[in-house]
Design a protein around this ligand. Sequence first.
Ligand SMILES: [Zn+2]
Length: 292
Amino acid sequence: MTDTLIKAISKSGTIRAFAAITTNTVNSAYEIQKPATLSGIILGNTLTAALLCGATLKGSGERISLTYKGNGVIGKAMAEATANGKVRGYAANPQSEFCEDVDVKTQINEAIGKNSQLTVCKDLGLKQPYSGTINCVTGDIGSDVAYYFTQSEQIPSAVAVSTIPNNDNSGVEISGGYLVQKIAQNEKINANETTELEKISLATSAFSLNSTLLEKKNPEDLLKNIFSDVEYEVLDSVNLSFECACDKENLLNALNLFDDETKKEIKRTDDKIQIICEFCKKIYYILPQEVR
Ligand SMILES: [Zn+2]
């Protein structure tokens, strides 16, 4: 079954919500990267969060990336998503396992590390990509992405993501999440709409994403839980998949960004250089003379 993300808006036009089930997409990443349990959860959560952020983009060629950097056992995780539901990502240390004596939620929140930073980069097809960085407050990927939207883009947001690995950690049982945003300006909101906001805020804090994912397993049910008794309409549905758009030309362009000394070093080697794409593990061979 194909993963989908569903976009919806409250009838008043004040609040939009995206809900996604990302199980197959995350499983594709597991097949390629074979992460240990803790790394897999962080990878799954980062991929889901990037897909939800990707849904906020307008043009089909636009992309958004989330990069977490910190001093925890995983240290860095990143994912890049397109507006039309393609995503790729990785966790820098794929072999991080849970430590038996520490609470699981604490380990997930500390996997990237305390004092971590989240950088969101948007490629909107303009000359320069837009980029913003925040200091993470919780280590919980959903809350940090919500904090980014609220702080950097002044869009009050709530985000929750979850990845539940299967018993032998060969993949995930289910993964998914949601993003809710207030899209109208304060001065344009009337009393009824304020009540809508309160209702949705209460509804999202009342239901457990994990239990809902395990019970219902579809984005429509997530939306019903989010909007509760607030009227809404579904706008669009996007198919999701793990896809890496790497190619040799892009790799050579990336190598071109290295400093001159490093490039000279590469050119001096006699043999071809092996480079492995960290997203899809595809192997590329570069000849020294191909470095520009
Ligand atoms: Zn690749």
